[in-house]
Design a protein around this ligand. Structure first.
Ligand code: PEP
Length: 260
């Protein structure tokens, strides 16, 4: 059933950071600290890199235990959509994941729940796992609207994608916790994860297991507590994924907590 996953999934979101040389060096450092022969099957890991660096990063990650992800995808297949990148193109360069509905895209690019659902649909059709971000703003939390907001955001994706929804990853990312250093407490995250899991359980086959990640100022100091919280299947990590030592420490914590 859509229960908590015995494995962990740790995904870095590099956002619009780095350079060709800098990102290459970061990948080399990650691969040194997360070498294939030591990697536990209990932890899956990926980095979502800026789109212009997908191809070079794919080359560096080939045959490694780090998967490649993108940070956005077009809701269109092909054609006159200047600046956009299609799901087929992402697949072509080796992306396994794509983040959709990140709060920064909802906020700065006015992405609606429907558009996010369409992007998830395009990713799924291309064989890419969409990491669907949902989360409430601080004022929504203060107004007691957290459940309503996250359920509305996820409902749009479920409605458009039907049974395919068992192929998605969900990331609960409270907007007030992203890049602020203010993390949701384990209890706050657990409560929302349980809501989302129940919503997924009502929508997909009982035997399916869907990863529900937590994102929002997860770092080397707080990852262990969050990742050991029942119902939290992993993390979507922004700032701390830009430092190899911090991201590797989070991977090690994920490995440690998934052993127990
Ligand atoms: C994110 O942008 O998805 C994120 C979780 O960022 P940070 O870890 O920096 O809060």
């Amino acid at each position: 059933m859509t229960q908590s996953n015995p494995q962990k999934l740790i995904v870095g979101n590099w956002k619009m950071n780095g350079s060709l040389a800098g990102n290459g060096a970061l990948i080399q450092d990650l691969l040194k600290g997360w070498p294939t022969h030591q990697v536990s099957r209990r932890v899956q890991a990926a980095v979502c890199v800026p789109s212009v660096y997908l191809a070079p990063c794919a080359g560096l990650l080939h045959h490694s235990c780090l998967d490649l992800g993108a940070q956005d995808v077009s809701a269109h297949d092909a054609g006159a959509y200047t600046g956009e990148v299609s799901a087929a193109m992402l697949r072509d360069v080796g992306a396994r994941y794509v983040i959709v509905g990140h709060s920064e895209r909802r906020q700065y690019h006015a992405e609606t729940d429907q558009l996010v659902a369409q992007k998830a649909q395009k990713a799924l059709a291309a064989g890419i796992t969409p990491i669907v971000c949902v989360g409430e703003s601080w004022s929504e939390r203060q107004a007691g609207q957290t459940a309503e907001v996250v359920k509305r955001q996820l409902a749009a994706v479920i409605q458009l994608n039907g049974h395919c929804v068992c192929e998605i990853v969900v990331a609960y990312e409270p907007v007030w916790a992203i890049g602020t250093g203010q993390t949701a407490s384990a209890e706050q995250a657990q409560e929302v994860h349980a809501l989302l899991r129940a919503q997924l359980k009502a929508a997909v086959a009982m035997h399916e297991r869907i990863f529900i990640l937590y994102g929002g100022s997860m770092n080397a100091a707080n990852a262990k507590l969050l990742l050991s919280t029942p119902g939290i299947d992993g993390g979507l990590i922004g700032g701390a994924s830009l430092k190899a030592a911090d991201f590797l420490s989070i991977l090690a914590d994920a490995d440690a907590v998934s052993r127990v």
